[in-house]
Design a protein around this ligand. Structure first.
Ligand SMILES: NC(=O)c1ccc[n+]([C@@H]2O[C@H](COP(=O)([O-])OP(=O)(O)OC[C@H]3O[C@@H](n4cnc5c(N)ncnc54)[C@H](OP(=O)(O)O)[C@@H]3O)[C@@H](O)[C@H]2O)c1
Length: 264
């Protein structure tokens, strides 16, 4: 790999036990980045860590933690500080969705989703961005979703949480524009990971036809991050739809989203 910018730096990847998180970790290791891997499933994190260490020879530290728990971001930040480690790259990737009509949804699970997908993302960013600014070096990747670009029936709260992440990340990117700390929002469309198993949704035809593989989506995100782009939508179809949504009346956009995500 040509780019030596991240060689010897350290990346914190949340949600590194499956899906996109594993691919972010692998690809950052390819760049020579040491890794801090976080998720709840410790055994899976160790498997990922072992595979990366043997292939790339970088240092990998496993930090098992429920990032949806009260004050989880502070707990993680304190653990990392206590180990004397510095975070140069923050990949805010851990997240999940709850699928189904909002009125029937289980509040406990929805609340846990909002804590993880919003509160922990913002809190981790707040904690690490200050240190990055003090060192005048840093990269932050916020993982949103193509669901961020319009209301999505069936994913009402999840989609809205990802709209938050998109707007938060793009605003922060602008605030940081005169510094050497960069923030990029990656919006994946349907990606082959454990996401739909967790959300409990059988895939629609549209979702099966447009699905991208996880290494491709991770690569798009890291490329945009290193290029200092404020945001990127993964894949030509998803990017075109996100762009076209700007011109569609919102009452139409919600109907189209329902068709694609729940019916087609
Ligand atoms: N796949 C898609 O189609 C798609 C589309 C748009 C956006 N996204 C976004 O992409 C990101 C990655 O998801 P994915 O597709 O890779 O799904 P995934 O395979 O289900 O991975 C989710 C990761 O988040 C971790 N996680 C979940 N709850 C956690 C918690 N409470 N504390 C710590 N870690 C937790 C999981 O690990 P543990 O279970 O071990 O904790 C896992 O490593 C998410 O933010 C998701 O919203 C995905």
């Amino acid at each position: 790999m040509q780019n030596t910018l991240l060689r010897g730096k350290t990346a914190l990847v949340t949600g590194a036990s499956s899906g996109l998180g594993v691919d972010f970790a692998r690809q950052l290791a390819e760049y020579g980045c040491h890794l801090l891997l976080v998720a709840r499933r410790e055994d899976r994190l160790h498997e990922v860590a072992q595979a990366i260490i043997s292939q790339y020879g970088v240092e990998v530290t496993v930090l098992p933690l429920d990032l949806g728990a009260e004050n989880a971001a502070q707990v993680l930040y304190d653990q990392i500080k206590a180990q004397g480690k510095v975070v140069d790259v923050l990949i805010n990737n851990a997240g999940f969705g709850v699928h189904g009509p909002f009125v029937n949804g289980p509040w406990g699970r929805e609340k846990a989703m909002l804590e993880l997908d919003i509160i922990t993302v913002v809190h981790l960013t707040k904690l690490f961005v200050s240190d990055m600014l003090a060192r005048n070096f840093g990269y932050i990747l916020q993982v949103a979703s193509s669901a961020a670009y319009q209301p999505v029936p069936g994913y009402a709260a999840y989609g809205a949480a990802k709209s938050f992440v998109l707007n938060f990340g793009e605003a922060l990117s602008y605030e940081l524009r005169k510094t050497n700390v960069h923030c990029t929002v990656l919006s994946p469309g349907v990606t082959a990971t454990e996401f739909f198993q967790v959300s409990g949704q059988p895939l629609t035809l549209y979702q099966r036809l447009t699905m991208l593989d996880s290494p491709t989506v991770a690569r798009i995100g890291i490329k945009a991050l290193l290029a200092g782009r404020p945001s990127v939508v993964a894949g030509a179809v998803n990017a075109t739809l996100a762009w076209a949504n700007r011109f569609a009346p919102r009452r139409l956009a919600v109907v189209i989203a329902d068709q694609m995500m729940n019916k087609a």
